[in-house]
Design a protein around this ligand. Structure first.
Ligand SMILES: Nc1ncnc2c1ncn2[C@@H]1O[C@H](COP(=O)(O)OP(=O)(O)O)[C@@H](O)[C@H]1O
Ligand SMILES: [Mg+2]
Length: 370
């Protein structure tokens, strides 16, 4: 047995539901899952982050403090993970930390993206070197800074002579298309994932998410609303493209609903679920007429959403990445452990064809523990 090469990946996506921490062993060259832990997002940090996601006054103090708060939370996730496994901090080569996105503006000139969760704090509180700030090199090279996971998806999920789509349904949804010739990789954000459904059930029922999609299932799809939602200009844009809460958020949804009379809330939720499914399926159909689709992210845990997606993509097979041996909950965090390994080994992390960057580059910066 070769000596283990432990890395930790830390991910908190647009859903802001919690910090996913995974420990992997990369001795074989690709990461093998060892253990995972999710640290729930405390309410006071969540409300601070939600405030910061929209322009307001006195943002710099809030930003500075939340940067530290989120760093502390990420470190807590790592320390809980290590405690679970009995593995020591000095046995871990590095942490790859995505941070928490609070603004993603790939189409401004100049463009920018901002993730917080102070990596110095994570390094100080865990005693492990941290690689962070993965997106901004790609932005500096003219790319979208997103999505970054396709290179990882290609490495672990590609299969010869088979079209595959890896579909991550977090707050936002993104796809990686791995063509049967093993040559072409296409990746971009398709649009909303669970985010609008989360926002709507939060507003109507004060719940953080629609567990198992049951509320959506109880409603009827409102066809005119669905058609209007699908007419958003984002869907007509060519890739490379990426998006976030900046486009698909509660305010936008309110504006859309204002064009109609009263719609039953359960019907709105049913329509939002279909909106997510159709926006994803339309893009997948353009890439492959009958490939295999493997879903990861929280959306894979919503059976109503998974069933609907399979109905709409009748010529494709839809299942979760569990069928490929990786629990859908941990794929994204494992990708950031992999990106840390790429940095340590001086290897690029982005795919220019995906992000639009002028070249492949080593992504991230190193924050030493000592
Ligand atoms: N059992 C479930 N039923 C329905 N939705 C779920 C379930 N489990 C998770 N989710 C959805 O997944 C989201 C979290 O997905 P995640 O992949 O962590 O997103 P992000 O990367 O944006 O944090 C939750 O906000 C929720 O909407
Ligand atoms: Mg999450």
């Amino acid at each position: 047995m070769p000596k283990p090469q432990y890395y930790i990946g830390l991910m908190s996506g647009t859903s802001m539901d919690g910090v996913d921490a995974v420990l992997v062993d990369s001795a074989s060259g690709t990461p093998t899952f060892v253990a995972a832990h999710t640290e729930d997002m405390p309410a006071h940090i969540l409300s601070g982050l939600q405030r910061l996601c929209v322009p307001a006054n006195n943002e710099i103090n809030q930003l500075g403090q939340l940067d530290r708060n989120v760093g502390q939370l990420f470190a807590k996730a790592v320390n809980a993970l290590l405690e679970k496994t009995g593995i020591q901090a000095n046995d871990v080569i590095a942490i790859g930390s995505h941070g928490q996105t609070i603004r993603h503006m790939p189409n401004l000139d100049p463009s920018f993206t901002l993730q917080i969760g102070d990596a110095n704090t994570i390094a100080a509180l865990t005693g492990i070197d941290v690689i962070a700030d993965f997106r901004r090199k790609d932005i500096a090279l003219g790319g979208q800074g997103a999505p970054l996971v396709p290179a990882f998806h290609q490495q672990v999920f590609a299969k010869a002579n088979q079209d595959r789509v890896i579909l991550n349904i977090g707050g936002i949804a993104n796809i990686t298309f791995l063509s049967h010739d093993n040559d072409t990789v296409i990746g971009f954000d398709t649009g909303p994932g669970n985010g609008l459904m989360d926002a709507f059930i939060q507003q109507e029922k004060q719940l953080t998410f629609d567990e198992d999609g049951l509320w959506a299932q109880s409603g009827e799809v409102h066809k005119p609303l669905l058609t209007q939602l699908l007419s958003h200009t984002y869907f007509a844009m060519e890739y490379p493209k990426s998006t976030g809460r900046e486009l698909f958020n509660r305010d936008w949804l309110e504006q859309q609903l204002a064009n109609f009379g009263q719609i039953e809330p359960a019907d709105v939720q049913a329509t939002l679920l279909d909106f997510t499914c159709y926006s994803i399926a339309n893009d997948i159909r353009r890439l492959t007429s009958n490939g295999e689709v493997f879903v990861c992210g929280g959306g894979a845990l919503n059976p109503v959403l998974m069933t609907r997606l399979q109905q709409i993509l009748a010529n494709h097979s839809v299942s979760s990445t569990a069928d490929l041996g990786i629990n859908p909950k941990w794929v994204e965090a494992i990708a950031f452990a992999w990106l840390a390994m790429r940095f340590i080994n001086h290897l690029p992390g982005n795919l220019p064809a995906v992000t639009g960057a002028s070249k492949a580059a080593i992504l991230g910066g190193l924050y030493k523990a000592d």
